[in-house]
Design a protein around this ligand. Structure first.
Ligand SMILES: Nc1ncnc2c1ncn2[C@@H]1O[C@H](COP(=O)(O)OP(=O)(O)O)[C@@H](O)[C@H]1O
Ligand SMILES: [Mg+2]
Length: 730
């Protein structure tokens, strides 16, 4: 916004209130800005005359200005314009007088009085923007035009003056004058000429002419100004001035599109600069002068953010193989961006193609570096970070779980509608299974929703989040005809679920809520949140009972009877699917041959005996299996060996104990335990070591430990490496 004059800062009035000269100028040229300014000074432009007279200092001032304009300035101005444009003084004195009087009268009646209510009362309103000023201007122009018509007609057919010709001529003139003045074409002509001069100055002297940009001084241009884009995108433009001009452009009805185009192009340039200077973190937050932040980014900007997030993941990836995979993921996103841009006819597409080139150079350099490193080492596909395996990343080490998928499939095809509960201790592979499920159940639309990634402010946010995930994941899987969620009420959610159930084609939809216990965090809040939670659970229950094709799967660590009645009520008939450790042959094969020989992993690298030894330490627990695998291969790479030895197991186990401390600690302090789990485990370890009979645990305690994945049904430790951790690291 341009600086605001301070000349009426006295009388306790807001310093932002314009002086009269500025008021008049803005009334004609920047009515939209004026309207906003008045609003900020608390002047209700549609208040009545009396209210304004008795109002605050600013309101009284506004009333005074309006009156002054109405009775003095506008008639005077109209007369002068009419007079100057009128050449034939003698012949058309009558025309002028008539036209001006008529024009002003109609302007006041139609425009000013209508828009401002005798100057004031009806209000400058948005009407100042679009009504009053325009109609005043048009009344001026039309009065001028009709006076001209009067005069010309009078001159040409003087003597044979026919009433009909006279009327037609003045009517046509009035029409033309009206549209010309409504669109403010004369002003646009001046502006375009001015812009051309500005561009020439820029070219000749290499300086920005943005401060003189006409849009800063004129709100009501309806025709897009040619040359404006170029002026805004000039390399000499000062960013602050540019912000100011862009704000002015969004006020002017004819320049809004240009403002959008320019902003998009500036974003493309900013992305390019950030990439070139390696400021990748800024891009992940879409932070910058022109970038919009993460609140409501455009889909394309989200893709750019994903691209950069993959590059960053590559930079911190453990080992060249993971780095390479992340770079390749980034390159796939880049390819999607390119395909989108090739068919994009919007203004900014060209800028984005250049940004794409910069991005490609960056990712290529990273890929070559990772490839070089990878070529010198054994490939290490294991995931040491405990993150779930997803189709795009780490899927080659996803093993087993066919039985669980088959059981889910079976439950889905049963006519008896019921929710499915996927239950397992932490890090047993629930999330990984859910992420891989779309590939295992190709004829079901499986939608993954993680309550950990989408923390809910209130219970009903669940449906908004779910709907977003359905769209994202379904469009990735190219599923058409998805209903959209209309709003954020319970009824909207109900309608949406119903529409999802009745989609043409009859495909099943499995809505998977991962970490569903987190919903409980919401229950502790205020009473109305609790009420909303109950209602939401009611809708879930109704959906579970009555919808045939939309099904819910919730996954978590606790069984429903361990949670409150809220859960048992909703999931009363839920069918449980439990995940345990990987089957022994599966875990062993994973350690022995994580990648096929064809991908550079000789089967002699991890001999079967060693794979068996690893299995004996992890019991097939998937997270620990991945950790052992990762550090085993890492140890080989570090010592430049190609074959693992039995002695390596001990070194690797130390590394694993060190890295998995958090997991072990939580395992021996599980939520909801009513006895000292750690002491119980230590007792079992001690009695095993001494060769005694198993420690006496109550049936319930034993069941608890088995359910938490700590004990096998036979009463031995589920993953013996825990004993080592307790002894040396706890
Ligand atoms: N089927 C599987 N095969 C191999 N490793 C797995 C499998 N499922 C999970 N993992 C490993 O276990 C770790 C924990 O998996 P995750 O899915 O996050 O478990 P949860 O969701 O139960 O906590 C992951 O790092 C992953 O590497
Ligand atoms: Mg998980």
């Amino acid at each position: 916004m341009p600086p605001v004059s301070q000349d009426t800062g006295s009388n306790g009035m807001d310093a932002a209130f314009p002086g009269f000269a500025r008021f008049v100028r803005m009334f004609w040229m920047q009515p939209i800005l004026l309207h906003r300014l008045l609003r900020s000074s608390d002047v209700e432009t549609d208040a009545s005359w009396l209210a304004l007279r008795r109002g605050t200092a600013a309101q009284r001032q506004y009333a005074r200005y309006s009156l002054l304009m109405l009775v003095v300035l506008m008639p005077a101005f109209t007369f002068i314009v009419g007079f100057v444009l009128e050449a034939d003084f003698a012949g058309v004195a009558f025309g002028v007088a008539f036209g001006v009087a008529g024009g002003v009268a109609s302007g006041m009646a139609g425009g000013v009085a209508g828009g401002m209510g005798f100057g004031v009362a009806g209000g400058v309103v948005e009407g100042i923007a679009l009504g009053a000023a325009v109609s005043v201007a048009s009344s001026v122009a039309s009065s001028v035009a009709s006076s001209v018509a009067f005069g010309v007609t009078g001159g040409v057919i003087r003597g044979v003056a026919s009433g009909v010709a006279f009327g037609v001529a003045s009517g046509v003139a009035f029409g033309v004058a009206f549209s010309i003045s409504f669109l403010r074409i004369p002003i646009s002509v001046v502006e375009v000429t001015w812009l051309t001069i500005c561009r020439t100055i820029e070219r000749l002297w290499g300086r920005s002419t943005l401060p003189w940009c006409p849009v800063r001084y004129h709100d009501l241009s309806y025709l897009p100004l040619p040359g404006l884009r170029a002026q805004l995108l000039s390399p000499y433009a000062d960013p602050e001035m540019l912000e100011d001009v862009l704000a002015a452009c969004t006020r002017a009805p004819g320049q809004r599109r240009i403002a959008r185009d320019v902003l998009a192009a500036l974003q493309a340039r900013e992305l390019r600069d950030l990439l070139a200077t390696n400021h990748l973190r800024a891009i992940t937050g879409l932070r910058g002068r022109w970038l919009p932040g993460l609140a409501a980014p455009e889909p394309r900007l989200v893709q750019w953010r994903d691209f950069v997030a993959a590059l960053l993941a590559a930079q911190i990836a453990l080992g060249p193989r993971h780095r390479l995979q992340q770079v390749q993921r980034a390159e796939r996103i880049l390819e999607q961006l390119r395909t989108g841009l090739l068919t994009d006819s919007r203004f900014e597409a060209g800028e984005y193609l250049q940004t794409l080139e910069t991005a490609r150079r960056l990712s290529t350099a990273m890929r070559q570096e990772a490839q070089k490193l990878a070529a010198e080492q054994l490939p290490n596909p294991f995931r040491p970070d405990g993150n779930p395996l997803i189709p795009e990343f780490g899927a080659e080490t996803f093993r087993g779980r066919a039985d669980a998928a088959r059981r889910i499939e079976l439950l889905l095809s049963e006519q008896q509608a019921a929710a499915i509960a996927l239950l397992a201790p932490r890090r047993m592979g629930k999330t990984s299974l859910l992420r891989m499920l779309p590939q295992m159940l190709p004829d079901t639309l499986c939608v993954f929703f993680d309550l950990q990634d989408h923390p809910l402010r209130q219970p009903l946010d669940l449906f908004t989040g779910l709907a977003r995930c359905v769209h994202e994941q379904a469009s990735a899987a190219q599923r058409p005809s998805l209903p959209t969620l209309a709003g954020d009420t319970l009824d909207d959610a109900r309608t949406w679920l119903e529409a999802l159930d009745h989609r043409p084609g009859g495909e099943r939809v499995l809505l998977c809520l991962d970490e569903f216990e987190r919903l409980e965090d919401l229950a502790d809040e205020q009473p109305d949140t609790r009420l909303q939670l109950r209602r939401m659970m009611g809708l879930l229950r109704a959906t579970i009972q009555h919808r045939r094709r939309v099904r819910f799967l919730v996954s978590g660590t606790a069984t429903f009877d361990e949670l409150g009645t809220l859960w048992t009520d909703t999931f009363i008939s839920a069918q449980e699917v439990r995940l345990g450790p990987l089957a022994p042959d599966v875990a062993e094969a994973l350690i022995h041959q994580p990648l096929p020989e064809s991908e550079g992993f000789p089967s002699t690298t991890v001999p079967e005996a060693i794979a068996k030894a690893v299995l004996a330490r992890t019991g097939g627990q998937p997270y620990l299996t991945q950790l052992f695998g990762y550090w085993l291969i890492d140890t080989l790479n570090e010592s430049k060996r190609r074959t693992a030895l039995l002695e390596d197991i001990d070194t690797v186990e130390e590394l694993v104990c060190d890295k998995a401390g958090g997991y072990f600690r939580e395992s021996v302090n599980p939520r909801g335990a009513e006895f000292d789990v750690r002491a119980a485990i230590e007792a079992i370890v001690a009695s095993d070591a001494a060769g005694d009979a198993a420690v006496e645990l109550s049936g319930e305690q034993k069941r608890f430990l088995v359910r938490r994945g700590l004990l096998t049904r036979e009463g031995t430790l589920a993953f013996p490496v825990l004993a080592r951790w307790l002894q040396d690291f706890a």
